[in-house]
Design a protein around this ligand. Structure first.
Ligand code: SF4
Length: 759
């Protein structure tokens, strides 16, 4: 970090003295920005004659939903430019007129009483958070972070961001932090959901490139879901499956009898964390029976022979013994893949949140490659994203990868990026940031002393969260930038920066199928809350590095910078003109180089729904995909006589989103899920433990003990229990274990015991 320290010092020489700091009125007022003026529809277009006059809209605009990665479009109905209601967009290629409960209720949380409406600063005397103004907040922010960096070096501070803010904001935050403020360590909650897919694709294909389009849900004649409860986690994608007219085989690989498994034609209810063994066993059956696509393997892949040799050891008998499945089930699965013409493989967190997640994801990719099920309609090795903009975070957050999916360690990439941003190449660190878990460890070790948390709720969502409270005690300065002042993490902050939420700012999200969608400002943020983009502008001014960011004047301007950063990369979007172009096309999938404009003029659906690799060419230097594999490893905390149950965690209902920060604000959504945390227990186990349905039960791991309600149901296997992730007690139990390649936490397996609570 010698180079960075020097550049930091140089920039600080140019820093403004406190007396010359701009006053908040002159800065932030002009940045609250106008409401969207792009009003594309009128009341007559959607027949709202029965709506009470006070709610009757006078215009409508469109915006992409800010919860999950599906990226549904919502028609937001406005009165005097302010959102009053919404309905799903009918002619958007993603959701085709549908929305899940979260989407319908997306506006509700904006008027919640616990919004942060002014900066809040903790009073050291009283220990309480007290309102302040932006001027004092910015002075404290800059002086504290600068003091820590001066005293302990640029690696003594870090930020943790999110996949929930706009691409333009992510890019600005990452550039500001690393190039403007001279800091290094930053990561985001994308580490918790998509780091595995990022690494798996990057290694296997040469770039983080989910290959599919949602039309593939309808065009497959066999869909294989691995660790994915699509019915409730991505309900609109599931609706696309239900539109499939090919009478598809639906194969679900999941230890739980989830809503999706209940709708499967084959449910492989394997033992928890035996998925890698199963996938290698299926690969072996395909090889042994000659059910592989030799032409595709020869033309488009490398490493197959070594892989085929490796999987030979995964005989049907061994795989059946390890997974708890029958040999017959294994043969039926393999034969189905062979006989169907268009097989698509889909995975989500059951794979990504595992101790050997990257190799498991690549075992899925390998099945698609060896059977030639990629690049054709209805096929693909398809990772489904979690958050609305986790894909934006993977490509443009400047955290793990340099902006645009480039490499911090590559001098040519640094040079190229510096030229586009009109900054000195030496401002770009030639070193990678620590990952999320390493940042947390750095805090625990006393090396990281200042933390800035943006739009995420680490104390609830991070693994082994019982420990996090005491880890955060070690921080000398914690800043939380959020819509709400009441999150578990915000309550710990020394300084809260009030942020606008979805619907109160403009930008873009990139959905699961690589589609850029336009997010619009349809409501004013309350009080003094600012968009994240404008908070970053304010910080640049107060830090004294605004001269590096003169191009970053607005989200629209930042989008033009992002376009330039994408040029020549697989995610090239230089053919997209601006936000209006996105609106006109119903969102646009990357890549979209200028030549694509000619194709979209034909107006056929193929130009609106595009998949990758139809030419059999991948992004590795030789143009081929590569087979990666490793021997399965045991989990670090197997069950034993003291902790005989496996704890599984995951999504509870389609009405809840992550830490429930926003979804709990809706009275409608609250009726759709249990208010109190609960655990699902198999009836055999409940009987053995004398647990009555709906009684209180203690769940005890080596890290914590919680008491919750017992729901007795055969959705879990005997010996396994399930607790939804949305309750803040859940992660007190989980064990901090990580995949070695992606450093993604393994939320899906730890050992617990159960005790009835007698009242
Ligand atoms: S499926 Fe996802 S994107 Fe669509 S409405 Fe629901 S939360 Fe929003």
């Amino acid at each position: 970090m010698k180079e960075n320290g020097a550049t930091t010092a140089k920039r600080r020489e140019n820093g403004m003295p406190a007396s010359s700091l701009p006053k908040e009125n002159s800065l932030f007022r002009q940045w609250t920005g106008p409401l969207s003026t792009d009003l594309t529809l009128h009341p007559g277009d959607f027949g709202l004659g029965k709506v009470p006059a006070r709610l009757r809209p006078d215009a409508t605009t469109r915006s992409v939903c800010g919860f999950c990665s599906t990226g549904c479009s919502l028609d937001v109905h406005l009165q005097s430019g302010q959102a009053v209601n919404l309905t799903p967009t009918v002619d958007y290629p993603v959701n085709l007129g549908m929305a899940c409960p979260k989407g319908w209720e997306a506006l509700t949380c904006l008027s919640a009483p616990d919004r942060a409406t002014t900066p809040l600063l903790r009073n050291p005397q009283t220990g309480k958070l007290e309102p302040t103004d932006w001027d004092e907040a910015m002075q404290v922010f800059t002086l504290k972070f600068k003091a820590l960096m001066d005293q302990h070096g640029p690696e003594s501070v870090a930020f943790l961001s999110t996949g929930q803010i706009c691409t333009e904001e992510m890019a600005f935050a990452g550039a500001l932090w690393k190039f403007g403020m001279g800091a290094l360590h930053c990561d985001s909650n994308t580490r918790q959901c998509m780091a595995t897919s990022h690494v798996a694709y990057k290694q296997s294909f040469g770039f983080d490139a989910p290959p599919y389009t949602y039309a593939d849900f309808e065009e497959s004649d066999c869909l294989v879901f691995v660790g994915s409860n699509l019915c409730i986690a991505h309900p609109i994608m599931w609706q696309r499956v239900l539109r499939n007219k090919k009478n598809p085989e639906i194969i679900v690989i999941d230890p739980r009898n989830t809503e999706t498994a209940m709708n499967a034609t084959q449910h492989l209810a394997l033992r928890p964390k035996s998925d890698l063994t199963l996938l290698y066993g299926i690969a072996n059956l395909l090889v042994q029976n000659g059910w592989v696509d030799c032409g595709f393997i020869r033309r488009s892949t490398t490493g197959f022979d070594a892989f085929a040799d490796f999987v030979r050891q995964f005989t049907p008998d061994k795989v059946a013994a390890d997974t708890g499945l029958t040999v017959g089930q294994l043969y039926r699965f393999a034969e189905t893949i062979h006989t169907r013409k268009a097989v698509s493989f889909w995975w989500t967190m059951g794979v990504n949140q595992s101790h050997e997640s990257t190799r498991t994801a690549q075992a899925i990719i390998n099945l698609a490659l060896m059977t030639g099920n990629i690049g054709r309609p209805g096929t693909g090795a398809n990772s489904i994203t979690g958050q609305c903009n986790a894909m934006g975070s993977r490509l443009f957050a400047n955290a793990t990868s340099l902006l645009g999916g480039r490499d911090f360690l590559n001098p040519e990439h640094r040079e190229h990026t510096a030229k586009i941003l009109r900054i000195e190449p030496s401002y770009i660190p030639a070193k990678n940031s620590l990952a999320y878990d390493q940042i947390i460890q750095g805090i625990a070790d006393g090396k990281i002393k200042g933390l800035w948390v943006i739009a995420t709720n680490s104390i609830h969502s991070w693994i082994d969260s019982a420990k996090l409270d005491s880890v955060f005690d070690r921080l000398e300065f914690l800043v939380v930038q959020d819509m709400f002042k009441t999150t578990d993490t915000a309550r710990r902050a020394h300084l809260i920066l009030p942020a606008a939420g979805w619907g109160e700012k403009e930008g873009t999200f990139i959905n699961s199928e690589r589609r850029f969608g336009h997010v619009k400002k349809v409501s004013r943020a309350p009080g003094q809350a600012l968009s994240d983009f404008n908070i970053f502008r304010l910080i640049a001014e107060y830090w004294g590095c605004a001269d590096l960011f003169t191009q970053w004047t607005s989200p629209q301007a930042a989008f033009q910078i992002i376009k330039k950063l994408s040029a020549g990369q697989p995610c090239d979007i230089t053919g997209i003109e601006d936000y209006r172009h996105l609106d006109a096309e119903g969102g646009i999938q990357w890549p979209f180089p200028p030549s694509m404009n000619d194709e979209t003029e034909t107006e056929d659906s193929s130009s609106r729904e595009r998949r990758l690799f139809s030419d059999g060419k991948f992004f590795l230097p030789d143009g081929k995909a590569h087979f990666y594999f490793d021997a399965p490893r045991p989990v670090s905390e197997p069950t034993d006589k003291d902790f005989p149950f496996v704890l599984l965690t995951g999504r509870g209902t389609s009405a809840q989103w992550h830490t429930n920060t926003r979804t709990a604000k809706s009275a409608v959504l609250r009726t759709l899920y249990p208010a109190e945390p609960y655990v699902e227990i198999h009836p055999n186990d409940a009987t053995r433990l004398c647990l009555e349905p709906n009684s209180r039960v203690a769940i005890i791991s080596r890290r914590a003990r919680i008491e919750i309600t017992a729901i007795v149901t055969p959705t879990t296997q005997p010996g396994a229990v399930f607790i939804p992730m949305h309750y803040n007690v859940t992660n007190q139990l989980t064990k901090a274990e990580f995949d070695p390649h992606s450093r993604q936490p393994s939320y899906k397996y730890c050992a617990v015991r159960l005790e009835a609570v007698r009242t």
